[in-house]
Design a protein around this ligand. Sequence first.
Ligand SMILES: NC(=O)c1ccc[n+]([C@@H]2O[C@H](COP(=O)([O-])OP(=O)(O)OC[C@H]3O[C@@H](n4cnc5c(N)ncnc54)[C@H](O)[C@@H]3O)[C@@H](O)[C@H]2O)c1
Length: 355
Amino acid sequence: MVVSEDRFEKQLVSVLYSPKHLGYETRPVPVPGPGQVLIRVSAVGVCGSDVHYYNHGRIGDFVVEKPLVLGHEVSGVIAAVGDGVAAERIGSLVTLEPQVTNHWGEQSRQGRYNLDPEVEFFATPPFDGALCEYVLLPSQLAFDVPPVLSAEEAALIEPLAVAVASVRHARVGLGERVAVAGAGPIGLLAAQVARLAGAVDVVVSDPLQSARDRALRFGATSVLDPVGARESFRDSSFDVFIDASGVEAAIVAGVRALKPAGRAMLVGMGADTVSLPLGLLQVRELEVRGVFRYANAWPAAIDLAATGAVSLSELITARYGLDQVEEALQAAQRPGEVKVVVIPKGHCGQWAAEG
Ligand SMILES: NC(=O)c1ccc[n+]([C@@H]2O[C@H](COP(=O)([O-])OP(=O)(O)OC[C@H]3O[C@@H](n4cnc5c(N)ncnc54)[C@H](O)[C@@H]3O)[C@@H](O)[C@H]2O)c1
């Protein structure tokens, strides 16, 4: 192993024990094995799933049964490398694709490594995330960040990758009309990416006025309030619908808004089951597709952000330290916030010195 700085042995780790029960532990800094890099965490975006685990201790079949470290939207600086990784990588700012897969599994071999049943995804039980000071990752999943991007923006490559995957699956084409439900970070990024893919109309719905206002600054050509659902996406004239709300009424309204051969991408996670109008799906030959994370999306997401085609910094509305994770998770639930970011700096080295 090659290291960049004086020995670091202990780190501060934020741990979720059970719903609404967070604490801190000092844990050993892991040592990178062959092909791995040790990353000193610079920024972690708080995702709705982190909030969900904090509030409920589970998402669907994923249950927090042992202490879990949250956080999977991550950037950091390479602090040490394992055997087989170029020592020149040390000191590089990187954005982390937080999923480690079995390369030889059937899905991975088909290029859909996000669907590998053995995927180890950060902050999804039983795998720890990055609300701590140091994490390990295979070197190939730590992507160099162009100098124009900040560490905070680099952390938000992860939700941008979700938007890239959604728009790719939707096959948004030149001149198409796209409806998006939900103007949280995912909906806002999907709207921007859909415009870049050639959509001429991107209509975003959200019950919150502040979210609708924001959508107009992030790629939406128009917005609507879905309350009084009959009015939402009035005509059946959309080629693509992207749900980024997880709300059943929004999903049904979006599917109804599709014209024949339209494509619905269900990204939002909320209700476990949803009733869809089967007759409509049949007579219009609609496609309905679930979207689960991403595969091969990091390079495109980095380029979209680095060229300024997509704006990430404007999504950030609040910042907290690693010693304020509970405040960060609560802030992320306030309607006015878009993206809350945790910045662990200030702890690095301190624990090793005390050790
Ligand atoms: N499938 C995946 O891989 C994946 C990845 C990341 C996030 N997600 C999910 O995507 C969704 C969006 O993520 P986010 O971080 O932007 O969440 P968010 O909670 O910040 O945003 C959701 C938005 O939907 C709005 N909304 C609520 N009811 C609505 C309705 N009836 N019609 C339209 N909008 C409505 C809310 O006001 C909010 O602005 C979440 O459900 C999240 O869990 C899925």
